[in-house]
Design a protein around this ligand. Structure first.
Ligand SMILES: C=C(O[C@@H]1C=C(C(=O)O)C=C[C@H]1O)C(=O)O
Length: 484
């Protein structure tokens, strides 16, 4: 444990997981406050040591300022075990979701979990962030039946810098509170059995049986409304007001009890392992698109635009995507917008050309990987602000598309299609685009799902409507709703 500026303390330990258990396997048994996982690795946040909210045009700047004042100082103060020093995301880390629009009535979030489980580059760790004063007062009460005994915390031989008793007590309380224990350096679900970290719902049918009953209802508008909006969008493009715009719609899934997010996210992480499974604030899903990833001065991104339903099969999808000028144009505009928006803060920007075809279980996309270097010490959240919104989720030109979206969609997108991901204390960050997801509402008994499509000259409204259903398939599947 290290004393930190203000009232925050951070402790990071290297841990092991039971063999054959990944971080994602722990999810069904947990109640996470924030999640970011790809192929079983990433971050699971539990509880919150701090939760910052912002709205309006200054939302990125306000969250960046909080990061600068409260999280960045922890980088210097919280000594990381040597194996983790070069691992992005290790140590104190905040998970974030930012609304698509500055006009949204919804909050943007920065969540500093009180306990973070992390896994990357073959290393696993836990980070506890606590407010010392409050903890010292509350400890006797919170430690409950286990008393001051530290039975759930045995840091093991890989953490030689012995923790002081106060840090051990805090870890004990946090692990217990979140249903975990640390035994000889191995992180397990509480329950004692050596393989207690094993997923409870490996059998998907068992998981489905414990899920509340769900049904699908209309969202803010009818399908007819969406068809009319697309027609109006195509009309505006054909009258040369703009080249592309992305129009979204929503539907609502209602449940007869609060939806447990751990099992829901675990299902997405299993079925869409090549997507980033996320939860931050009230938004959750599994996105295939990376707005910008920052590692020191290096940046990278994965731009997607141009879609074919997965039922077409790979060979036909390749032809439909790579040889259709409409798809290629729609994609080119998206990649170009990212390059133009990052140019003021980056150099050596390089975009893969021609694009590749990305295969997902539900859809195929045209995909362009972008790499570059940041030119100045721009805070990660302000790099994300520059990059957002690309033409993958807004249009070209941005301002005209933005105006048309608000008049034609008639939706508050909230966090949908905004940046979502994490920032560590050292400024490394992943910002995906919050797609293929939904927003939890009504105390978690309802999820509002969103999907949008890029509209260009010649787009056919009925095909775009069908594409929105294909893009909602991951969430509908995880929620147990038959796809219409
Ligand atoms: C807007 C969404 O997806 C975006 C739009 C795409 C398209 O129109 O082809 C493809 C990928 C994403 O950039 C969505 O999933 O809701």
């Amino acid at each position: 444990m290290t004393a930190l500026p203000g009232t925050l303390d951070a402790t990071t330990l290297v841990v092991d997981l039971p063999s054959d258990v990944s971080l994602a396997d722990l999810l069904p048994a947990l109640d996470p406050s924030a999640v970011w996982l790809l192929r079983g690795e990433g971050l699971i946040g539990l509880g919150a040591a701090a939760h910052v909210r912002a709205r309006g045009a200054e939302r990125f700047a306000e969250l960046a300022q909080w990061h600068e004042q409260h999280l960045a100082p922890l980088a210097a103060a919280a000594r990381l075990p040597p194996e983790l020093e070069a691992v992005p995301g290790a140590g104190p880390v905040a998970l974030t979701s930012i609304t698509y629009s500055s006009a949204s009535a919804a909050d943007s979030h920065l969540i500093l979990p009180e306990l973070t489980l992390g896994s990357a580059e073959g290393q696993h760790w836990i980070t506890a962030v606590t407010r010392t004063a409050a903890w010292d007062e509350d400890f006797e009460q919170e430690s409950g039946d286990d008393g001051p005994g530290l039975r759930t915390v045995d840091p093991g031989e890989r953490n030689p810098h012995s923790l002081d008793p106060a840090a051990l007590r805090r870890l004990h309380v946090l692990l217990t509170k979140h249903g975990l224990q640390l035994h000889d350096g191995q992180l397990r679900l509480r329950g004692g059995a050596p393989d207690a970290g094993r997923p409870r719902h490996k059998d998907r049918h068992e998981g489905a049986a414990s899920r509340p009953a769900t049904s699908l209802i209309q969202g803010s508008h009818s399908e007819q409304h969406y068809l009319r909006a697309v027609r109006a969008g195509v009309d505006a493009i054909e009258h040369r007001r703009l080249e592309k715009l992305v129009l979204a719609r929503d539907v609502v899934v209602v449940a007869d009890a609060p939806l447990p997010t751990g099992p829901l996210l675990a299902a997405l992480a299993t079925d869409y392992a090549d997507c980033w499974t996320y939860l931050a604030g009230d938004v959750l899903g599994a996105t295939p698109e990376m707005l910008v990833k920052i590692r020191g001065q290096e940046l990278s991104a994965r731009v997607l635009a141009g879609t074919v339903d997965g039922r077409a099969g790979l060979e036909r999808a390749r032809t439909l995507l790579l040889e259709d000028p409409k798809q290629r144009d729609e994609h080119r505009l998206a990649a170009q917008s990212l390059l133009e928006q990052l140019a003021p803060v980056a150099q050596e920007l390089h975009a893969q050309d021609p694009p590749a075809v990305l295969e997902l279980p539900n859809v195929f996309h045209l995909s362009t990987d972008v790499t570059g270097r940041l030119t100045a010490q721009t805070p990660a959240l302000l790099v994300a602000e520059r990059a957002h919104p690309t033409a993958a989720i807004c249009g070209t030109p941005t301002a005209t598309a933005g105006e048309l979206i608000s008049t034609l969609e008639c939706l508050d997108r909230g966090a949908f299609s905004g940046p979502v991901g994490w920032i560590d204390a050292r400024g490394n960050a992943d910002f995906g685009i919050a797609l293929r997801g939904g927003i939890l509402q009504e105390q978690g008994t309802q999820v509002r799902l969103y999907a949008g499509c890029g509209i260009v000259a010649g787009s056919v409204p009925e095909e775009e409507l069908a594409e929105t259903w294909a893009k909602m398939r991951p969430m509908l599947g995880a929620l147990g709703v038959p796809v219409p």
